[in-house]
Ligand binder design. Structure first.
Ligand code: CP
Length: 297
């Protein structure tokens, strides 16, 4: 694989190869500690990040690579008007791989169009967040033992939540998936994603309350309202997962969230074994190590 820009580029086989590699890295970290000796990675983030940036950096360091980075891409020559393409052309002379987060939907594809070194998309606009979805599906497989037949509810901001869009793309590679959507009316899943699910024979149920979700659902995947991506104030999340809500679901239901959270998930469930969001974030390291190895071997 030359670049990782979108979940759309994965086949079931290439996805499972990457997930298997991440599993081996997680189980045998010492095997990989010098795998990228002598390589240089340039993380370039035009939007804020804690998890994605720091876990991509940890992943590079754990493989023996070195990092070059501006503290914030807004402090780079972009501020003086340099185009994204020119920034990438310049970094091609410095680094062996570029990890980029950008606010424009097609930024990863624009970067890849001029890059001779691999681009790893660390989030582009409202469209793609492949590294997040890879760690999400890795966590589902790790916990359930399989992805086949997953019953998942997606909650929160289904319009601007790029982690939702990318995760749905990966789920279309599997049989027996069923999806429930629970959000305020203004954040309902856009038609193009409903059509994508339909084209893969995946049932989608639009809901207006927790009581419409099956008690034996496998995953409750909540997301934050992405207020930085639109004008206006649509208020706080109404569908909050707390102790009382979670008590309605079975013991093997997983509560997931890409984080950061606002009010979507109450801290009163953090110690419940079904709350896997911190473990999910930690899986970002082996997944991102596997991503580097997939594009730089
Ligand atoms: N999940 C996620 O993308 O978090 P950050 O914005 O902190 O990287």
């Amino acid at each position: 694989m030359e670049h990782i820009l979108s979940c759309k580029q994965f086949t079931k086989q290439s996805l499972e190869e990457l997930l298997d590699l991440a599993k081996d890295i997680k189980e045998n970290p010492s095997k990989y500690k010098n795998a990228l000796d002598g390589k240089i990675v340039a993380p370039i983030f035009f939007e804020p990040s804690t998890r994605t940036r720091l876990s991509f950096e940890t992943a590079a360091l754990r493989l023996g690579a070195k990092l070059i980075a501006t503290e914030n891409a807004q402090n780079s020559s972009t501020k003086k008007g340099e185009s994204l393409k020119d920034t990438i052309r310049i970094l091609n002379g410095y680094a062996d791989c570029i990890v980029m987060r950008h606010n424009e939907d097609d930024s990863a594809e624009v970067a890849a169009s001029v890059s001779k070194v691999p681009i790893l998309n660390a989030g582009s606009g409202k469209k793609d967040h492949p590294s997040q979805s890879l760690l999400d599906i890795f966590t589902i497989r790790e916990k359930r033992g399989k992805i086949y037949g997953t019953k998942i509810a997606i909650l929160g901001d289904l319009v601007y939540g790029r982690t939702i869009h990318s995760l749905l793309e990966l789920l279309t590679l599997y049989e027996g998936i069923e999806v429930w959507g629970l959000s305020k009316e203004c954040f309902r899943l856009p038609n193009r994603y409903k059509e994508m699910l339909q084209a893969h024979n995946i049932k989608y149920h639009e809901c207006s309350g927790f009581d419409e979700l099956p008690r034996d659902i496998d995953v409750l995947y909540h997301t934050r309202i992405q207020s930085e991506r639109f004008e206006g104030d649509f208020g706080k999340e109404e569908f909050v997962i707390n102790k009382s809500v979670l008590s309605k679901f079975l013991q093997n239901t997983m509560v997931m969230h890409p984080l950061p959270r606002l009010n979507e998930i109450s801290e009163d469930i953090d110690d419940d074994p079904r709350a896997v969001y911190f473990e999910q974030a930690h899986n970002g390291v082996p997944i991102r190590m596997a991503m580097y190895l997939t594009v730089m071997k």
